[in-house]
Design a protein around this ligand. Structure first.
Ligand code: ADP
Ligand code: MG
Length: 256
């Protein structure tokens, strides 16, 4: 029994099967990579896992519980300890960096991100708790976010927006962190630094699922990889097993 047991997960968009009978077990404490060409269903997998899209079929069990995660709403899933970042980053651009991260903490177990925003209290114990947690998660990135904490989120560089996304997700204190292309917009030095950041997060007990195209990044980060193509799992296993699989080579040569 892993942290996450997924079986027969299927998502259709009209006639298109974006995710097809997907089975996967994620072990507690691992960093598992998900690869596949564009359109292979990687983001869709995160979307159904976090309740943003309703799956057509399947069961997802989290941490030994017997009720299907797919029956839960997004805010409940966050409350159960699953947090994500987005491929197309969307911070609240007029809130400060600190406030963006505080919203991430506030959403845990609450309904709707916008009502959470409206209720974000101006003072009091809850505000101090959220602020303390936000400061804590920012330290993962050295002074990169802390030095920007009072700036509006829209002023951040691409790399800092990616870091903000991760910090916001961590503010909800997840067991499982889902990262969708976290190096997008980062230069090689920043990606290298992100490797260390993610390893550090993992060392604090957070299991990580990461989608990324950069195979060198994945080789260094992930204990195990899963490859998707046309919504189906082609292969899972070690980096070498997956990288050398004929259908993985074919899928990448054919499309990229
Ligand atoms: P990946 O993240 O691997 O690039 P996606 O999961 O975003 O791929 O997309 C998988 C397939 O599902 C693609 O063919 C895409 O066009 C389709 N798709 C994704 N989201 C939607 C949506 N909201 N409506 C219709 N089709 C979608
Ligand atoms: Mg995607």
């Amino acid at each position: 029994m892993g942290l996450l047991s997924i079986s027969s997960l299927t998502k259709k968009f009209g006639g298109l099967v974006a995710l097809k009978q997907f089975d996967l077990t994620v072990e507690k404490g691992e960093i598992l990579g998900i690869i596949g060409p564009n359109g292979s269903g990687k983001t869709t997998f995160f979307n159904v896992l976090t309740g943003m899209f309703r799956a057509d079929e399947g069961t997802v069990l989290l941490d030994g519980t017997s009720d299907n995660l797919l029956d839960r709403k997004t805010h409940e899933i966050i409350g159960m300890g699953v947090a994500r970042t987005f491929q197309n980053q969307r911070p609240f651009s007029n809130l400060s960096v600190l406030q963006n991260i505080m919203v991430g903490g506030h959403c845990r177990g609450r309904s709707g991100i916008f009502s959470a925003l409206l209720r974000l209290p101006g003072a009091g114990r809850e505000r101090r708790r959220l602020e303390k947690r936000a400061m804590e998660v920012m330290t993962i990135f050295g002074d990169r976010l802390i030095s920007m904490k009072d700036r509006s989120a829209w002023t951040l560089s691409y790399a800092n927006r990616r870091r903000l996304e991760i910090a916001r997700a961590l503010a909800s204190d997840p067991k499982l962190l889902l990262l969708d292309e976290p190096t997008a917009g980062m230069n090689p030095a920043e990606s290298l630094q992100l490797l260390d950041n993610i390893r550090h997060i993992n060392s604090t007990g957070v299991t990580v699922l990461v989608i990324e195209h950069d195979m060198n990044f994945m080789k260094q980060l992930c204990g195990r990889l899963v490859a998707l193509d046309y919504g189906e799992k082609i292969v899972e296993g070690s980096y070498d097993t997956v990288r050398n699989h004929s259908r993985v080579i074919e899928a990448y040569l054919g499309k990229d």
